[in-house]
Design a protein around this ligand. Structure first.
Ligand code: PLP
Length: 443
């Protein structure tokens, strides 16, 4: 298994590596990027995200559609690139739906999952004419039926099922046990009947998403087989073939040293064999088979740049303090209530990648001991002013963080695409602390 230092080096090489001793993601010198956009800053490498999409496609074959899960990274530019490369979208809010449409995703390629969809969100989905609202409860189904009637429009429905069988080999389970996601498998028949009793609801099929950070390919293939069984049950009750089987996804990204890469080829091979059998069943012969992927497509395409502000010895340890931390990248630091920190691969990009490393504790600027990227991280000795790169940062970074915590300016987001840098979102200013606040009237 590679060490985190080896993973960091490989991730940096994947983003473009070094030219003339300088880190040049997608060929653009780091010094140019930080001069233009400042630090902290998120860089996303469009080519790396697209290469990952192409890898997944090659593994699972053309019979499976890929929907990009926008929650992983709702940057418009990145969504546009993935859309232009043929990905659909999985959205989880009216905001993400708005973004998907703005990015040019064909509504017929959009599915909408997530518990707690409001009437307004359901109405927007109906009006947008998306392929399927993946409903999470019988109550949501009722509300969707009423809204579709009020709107006088048909709407496609996927039934999000919480299966009786857990998906083993995953690191965060959202199904196969009591959770707020989806409806009980036992309610499947009732739900199909409820869809059919409403004139404007069209049954597309079933949706099962039960886990993220899945590393074992074989249990995931077994899970897909189980989802196909559920789909057949739904088709039997409906008395007609299904139009959709949404298999979820949850392919893992190895943030921890002890984790091996997800075996994409093994999964792809398993899914293709499964499909070869399942397509012979008239209930599934024409169903669109969808995988929803977020993290796996974009995590390795991103790097978070942060600058060293201070280096000090405290009670026998070297602390390096940076200008950004949990406020911008809570997935890479300690997190409220979380037991384990993910040790993201990190490099000192201002030093030679071949130089000697020393263990340091790396902290962000927020006033809590949780704001640590890690302890005893092997880094080329950082000096104030150096720029550090936190790799695997393309997913659940900017949008998952508590950006307003401590009122530091927000980081810029930049897309590297075909050797050029495109500013997606400018970095903030300290004065932004007042943005949107009204306060009391003047005395
Ligand atoms: C319904 C659904 N689909 C897709 C995803 C994306 O998961 P990942 O980023 O692990 O691919 C999630 C993540 O929570 C989800 O809840």
């Amino acid at each position: 298994m590679p060490t985190q230092a080896e993973r960091a080096r490989a991730a940096a090489e994947r983003l473009g590596g070094w030219t003339g001793g300088e880190f040049c993601p997608d060929g653009v010198p780091l010094s140019e990027l930080v001069a233009r956009y400042g630090t902290p800053c998120y860089l996303y490498h469009g080519g790396v995200a697209l290469a990952q999409l192409a890898r997944v496609r090659a593994a699972v074959g053309p019979d499976v559609e890929i929907a990009y899960s926008i929650k992983a990274n709702p940057s418009l530019g990145l969504c546009q690139l993935l859309t232009r490369a043929g990905a659909g979208a999985e959205v989880a809010s009216a905001g993400e739906l708005h973004l998907a449409l703005a990015a040019g995703v064909d509504p017929a390629r959009i599915v909408f999952a997530g518990p707690g969809k409001t009437d307004d969100e359901l109405r927007r989905a109906v009006r947008a004419g998306i392929f399927a609202v993946n409903v999470e409860s019988l109550g949501e189904l009722e509300r969707l039926g009423e809204i579709a009637e009020q709107e006088g429009r048909d709407v496609g429905v996927g039934l999000r099922i919480n299966p009786a069988k857990p998906l083993l080999g995953s690191h965060m389970r959202m199904g196969g046990r009591p959770t707020q996601f989806g409806m009980d498998e036992d309610d499947l028949e009732k739900a199909v009947a409820a869809v059919q009793s409403r004139p404007h609801l069209i049954l597309r099929g079933v949706h099962v998403y039960t886990a993220t950070q899945v590393f074992d390919a074989d249990p995931l293939v077994e899970h897909c087989d189980y989802v196909f069984d559920l789909a057949c049950r739904a088709a039997d009750v409906a008395g007609r073939p299904l139009e959709m089987v949404d298999l979820g996804g949850g392919f893992g990204v190895p943030y921890f040293e002890h984790l091996a890469d997800f075996d994409l080829e093994r999964f792809g091979h398993g899914l293709r064999s499964l499909l070869a059998q399942r397509r012979a069943d008239p209930r599934l012969a024409r169903a669109r088979v969808i995988l929803e992927l977020g993290r796996y497509l974009v995590a390795e395409a991103g790097v978070y740049l942060t600058r060293v502000v201070d280096v000090k010895r405290v009670r026998g340890k070297t602390f390096v303090v940076t200008d950004g931390g949990m406020n911008h990248h809570i997935s890479a630091t300690g997190n409220w209530g979380q037991v384990f920190r993910k040790p993201y691969p990190i490099l000192n990009l201002s030093a030679s990648p071949d130089g000697a490393a020393e263990p340091v504790d790396l902290a962000g600027p927020c006033c809590t001991p949780l704001d640590l990227f890690g302890t005893d991280i092997a880094l080329a000795p950082p000096r104030p002013g150096d720029v550090l790169g936190v790799f695997y940062s393309g997913a659940y970074g900017y949008s998952a963080s508590s950006l307003r915590f401590l009122s530091h300016p927000e980081p810029a987001e930049v897309l590297l695409w075909q050797g050029a840098a495109h500013l997606l979102r400018p970095g903030g200013q300290p004065e932004d602390v007042l943005a949107g606040q009204t306060g009391l009237p003047a005395e």
